[in-house]
Write a new protein. Sequence first.
Length: 176
Amino acid sequence: MAAADRNDAYATALFEVARAEGNLEKVEAELYQVARAIDGSEDLRSKLTDQALPVELRQGIVEELLGDRTQPVTKALVSFVVGSGRARDLPKIIDLLVQRTAEERQEVVADVRSAIPLDDDQQARLADALSRRTGQKVSVKVNVDPSILGGIVATIGDTVIDGSIRRRLDQLKESL
């Protein structure tokens, strides 16, 4: 079985477990944040994927990282994937789960990078604006990225909408 097929199989399994637990939306949001944390930390990624470390130690890292901040099922799902030796693919698996969840709701996913966290009202207004622009119902997933300085960068499939201050400064620099 190809790696992409295995990732899809894991995503499907995680999706089905979260749906069976009755809190798919909450678990999906928590898993998305876990994936971004792993993407953003070389140290965490290295520890979770280090095959020289016993699996119990890697799962302990998950337990310590997530603690009481997530649903028990979220912690169990991440621990399961890490324990299965698939931690390297965990962000990809989670992204497939997020995509599948959005498709079930007949939505597209907008990965949004923002310099600051967005509250629920801001996310709802952004989703509405992106929905009007794309003509599709949009599910917004926010990742805080201070490097963009301000504004947002939204990615929907292959489309990137860059409203960041960093981009504006780069454009100004080029024009000077």
